[in-house]
Design a protein around this ligand. Sequence first.
Ligand SMILES: [Fe+2]
Length: 646
Amino acid sequence: MDIKQLQANLAATVRGNDILKYEVQNVLDAFSCATPKLKYLELQVSKKCAKKDENINQLTNDLQECIKELGVVKPLLTNLEHFPLIVDVPKVMKEISSKLLDTLVDFTFEFVDQPLSPSQSNFAPVEEIGEVVRVTTIQGKIPDDFPKGVYIRNGSNPLFGGLKSSKSIFGKSSHLWIEGEGMLHALYFTKEKGKGSKWNVLYKNKYVETDTFNMEKNRKKPGFLPNMEGDALAVLMDTFLNLLRFGVLHKYISNTNVFEHGKRYYSIAENHMPQEINIQTLETLGNWTVNGAWNQSFTAHPKKIPRTGELVIMGINPLKPYLELGVISADGKQMVHKVDLKFNRCILCHEIGVTRRYIVILDFPLTIDINRLIIGGELIKYDKDEYARIGIMPHYGDANSIKWFEIEPCCVFHIINCFEDNDEVVVRACRARRSIIPRPEFIVDEFGLSFDRLNEMSFCKDNVQVLKEILSFFHVCEWRLNMKTREVKMKNPTTANHQFIMEFPMINERFIGLKNKFSYLQLIDSEDFSNYFGFAKFGGIAKLHFEERRVEISKDDKQEDDLIKVEYHIFPTKTFCSGAIFVQKVEGVDEDDGWIVAFTHNENTNQSQVYIIDAKDFESEPIAIIILPSRVPYGFHGAFMPFFNL
Ligand SMILES: [Fe+2]
């Protein structure tokens, strides 16, 4: 099958979408002319380079001409504004074009393994283990009043042995670590029948099988071209080819979080809708569209409204409407409210907050812009000169009912909690002065590094102090937004000496949206900056006491009066955690009646574990360390799911 035949088939099969058909035909025309030239040029360049022939001006000119012809992709992407993100490419066209486009990709693109340094060894993916495995080694004792249920964590576990970069005549592009396919790791806490309170602990892992996971798995080789980071033309071409080959712009990775709603369980990454999971087998049951009402991106951190149990979600979209918000009934069966918030830019927003009466919306200047990409800029960019604001909206409000509060530009990935306190709405979050997605320009500028080297580098000791200063931007931050006077008060309640960077916050979930006293955060040890970018390692956990002042106050510390008490639970040397959560005691009374539970990995012994730490006796040794039967790579968010009818 050649391109002419494909075009004929297109004309016969693509109906009711003339603009798209026209654009696709244009692009195929361009490819049919340009790809043989590209291959020829590629051969010529390699020959010239081999001979160290410096006279390659003609080749350069030819190459530029070639790329001009391929410039026809620009109107296609521009016209995409008129189409939904998921383009329903007709079945016949898919079948006919896939082989042709596969040949084009095989011909023009090379997938290259992204290397991991020895210190990144536990970021490497693992295989599925199959059936559940009983855990036999537990140091210490799981408490009798620990709840029965599943501690489950999601994370990036790239298919085909690891993340890939792509190289082509268009340039280089890379997947970020956050783009690996989602794998769930679950630890089941059950009691043995007839044996009183004896615990039976089981472990299992399994991939989340999204639509695109199945596409690649069936092909038995990488298919999606990386388009999050890299040379602008390469990112543009990769995006376009993903669309043509698979009908979508990017992979659905479902690797970020796990949540329960209406007694059903879901895996989620915010670039797609959630996948329902069988919590016992970890099998993927299908996409959750809320009965067809939500067919788009879905935040990885949906929030239940206090008292009503309704679920607040949002979806971001690189094309209008840029941000939509939804409220799902407590039983999960229907979308009771859906609204376009009328944003004039697409922001990479990871979190949403709720209080008793309001929804908290973060509009910060980390933007996704296809037009910027087309003219040679970044797809994702943090712009400190753009505006930042926090919006407070009634639960069933709309764009007109949001009260906006302007704040100093910054970047927030995770909210700790939001609540109402008299006339104020309080928003506590992990605030950064810059974004680490994509990998920050200032690191490249200040260290003279290329993107190639960022994947491989380790920082020498001389750099640590400088990096410590640069990277100390993750603060716990508190904004108080006065709904009557519109005043904004902001403070950093923890520490000014940046001993630790705090992120991945968790609280007792009974207090989501309500005034609370405690939060727990994973700690990036400032002495372990090795390969920080995209590969953060967490060497401990902090417990913040928002209503207690710290005891030791430095004379030099200007914020001494505002600083709160912080306790630290530091892991043994070369032991790091991920997916830490707070598990409530079954009949707990106090907010901190419960345990911190976390997947950990000891890099000295290459052994993965789960720690159980008493939240009230936080700085003491763990009360139990569960030794896992196989390695669990570092990952993202965890959750504890109580058993309902299992
Ligand atoms: Fe997150």
